[in-house]
Design a protein around this ligand. Structure first.
Ligand code: BES
Ligand code: ZN
Length: 421
């Protein structure tokens, strides 16, 4: 269920007092202005079908909030519809004037973090990182994750064991750097006995601004918890990508200006639980997350396009930035867009909390790996290689170094330059 920041505010205000309690006198033809979550617009519009006049034009729409004019006599019906259809206690706020309505919307926007300006000007660091990405390492991590345990299911001991292994692996890769820490994000047992695992590279100059790269650690077999769930593509491939990003960051002495966090989420497969808990925690504690990249299913080539950007439950401006990174740093790599139609992976947890999230995906929807959630989601399905993941890992490295900026201390070697041409 999608709740916007605005929705939460409306809920608080409106449940205490009726939304239109401040409106004076019962003048049935009197018009008032309301601000309402855009996700509720369709239901609201439907409730006025056939009435004269029908639901008013939207005067302004921004960041999930719409402002529009209605007759005061319509408010009661609207309130009932919002309650019955959307389970919201009113879910809108009425205002005496258009000016007041618009001002309220601006206020709700103002508390959001400032929009980031996307620039591509850190080529030295990006090329240094990209040149070190190696398919064998990605393949090795996918292989370990998909064959060492029968399942990485969130509520099996093997799922917990896989998290322990990953934490140890990431700690080893951090190589004792004092600016890199690895920690479990422990969830209540009822949420997930399996912890999420987070590696943090502290930013040198803007440590309070955070760039998140994520994937999910758990796997699932749709037939039940006793069946094997190797989850090689879904989503050992994403975790392997994060692992390779960490390895090249350390190998090249990368020090980000903003803080970078690589997250392996617990319990994605049963409702985005790990990422949901982390995004909620970051929202409530005011962590300034400037961008989130999700990698879930990147090792199977399902379409003629190399990279497919999911356009729903994601941030359009950040998606454009990522398309521009592909053009700039991955010449010859083709990209297009598709939709999931629902919050299909952990990016949705962040998106629903108001953070800019994106997910570059392996195929157009419907052409993705058909073996996921079965015993056949193994490396064999991708001819035993991680070749397809390489471009996604390079893209992730470019995203990290252009959004978190910062520098590498190990320059692009001559042979690397050769390989990256
Ligand atoms: N990797 C999948 C999502 C996916 C599958 C995206 C196929 C595109 C094509 C993910 O691990 C998953 O299975 N997600 C769940 C949703 C979640 C809310 C339980 C799903 O799609 O059922
Ligand atoms: Zn899945």
């Amino acid at each position: 269920m999608r709740t916007t920041k605005f929705g939460a505010v409306a809920l608080m205000l409106v449940c205490a007092t009726p939304a239109f309690a401040e409106a004076p006198a019962k003048d049935k033809e009197k018009e008032v202005w309301i601000s309402i979550g855009t996700d509720a617009l369709e239901s609201a519009r439907a409730s006025f079908k056939g009435q004269e006049p029908e639901f008013a034009e939207v005067a302004r729409e921004k960041d999930g909030v719409a402002v529009l004019r209605v007759r005061e006599s319509q408010l009661e019906k609207l309130s009932k519809v919002m309650h019955d259809r959307l389970n919201r206690c009113a879910g809108f706020i009425s205002h005496e004037t258009e000016e007041q309505a618009l001002a309220a919307v601006e206020r709700s926007i103002a508390v959001q973090p400032l929009a980031i300006s996307y620039t591509i000007d850190n080529g030295t660091a990006v090329n240094s990182l990209m040149s070190a990405v190696a398919e064998t390492n990605i393949r090795g991590t996918i292989s370990t994750l998909s064959t060492s345990w029968t399942s990485r299911r969130y509520n099996l001991q093997s799922g917990i064991d896989a998290a322990t292994w990953l934490k140890n692996r990431w700690t080893t890769l951090a190589g004792g750097r004092s600016d890199i820490t690895v920690a479990n994000f422990v969830h209540p047992t009822t949420t997930s006995p399996q912890p999420s695992v987070i590696v943090t590279i502290r930013g040198t100059s803007l440590p309070n601004e955070v760039v998140v790269l994520g994937a999910h650690l758990d796997s699932i077999n749709g037939s039940g918890s006793s069946y094997a769930a190797p989850g090689a593509d879904d989503d050992a491939s994403g975790v392997a990508a994060l692992t390779e990003v960490l390895r090249v960051a350390v190998a090249k002495g990368y020090k980000p200006a903003r803080t970078v966090k690589l997250m392996a989420y617990a319990a994605e497969e049963i409702g985005l639980r790990g990422s949901g808990a982390i995004a909620a925690n970051y929202k409530s504690t005011g962590v300034n997350v400037v961008g989130v990249l999700q990698l879930d299913m990147i090792n199977y080539r399902g379409s003629s396009y190399d990279i497919v950007m999911v356009s729903d439950y994601t941030n359009a401006a950040q998606n454009t930035f990522i398309r521009n990174l592909i053009t700039r740093y991955l010449p010859g790599v083709t990209a297009t867009s598709t939709t999931c139609g629902y919050g299909c992976s952990d990016h949705a947890s962040w998106h629903n909390r108001g953070f800019p999230a994106s997910i570059p995906f392996e195929a157009l929807m419907g052409q993705d790996n058909p073996t996921i959630h079965t015993t056949s989601d193994t490396l064999a399905q991708t001819a035993g290689t991680a070749t397809n993941s390489v471009k996604f890992v390079k893209l992730a490295a470019a995203y990290m170094a252009e959004l978190a900026k910062g520098t590498t201390s190990v320059a692009l070697q001559a042979e690397d330059a050769e390989a990256s041409r």
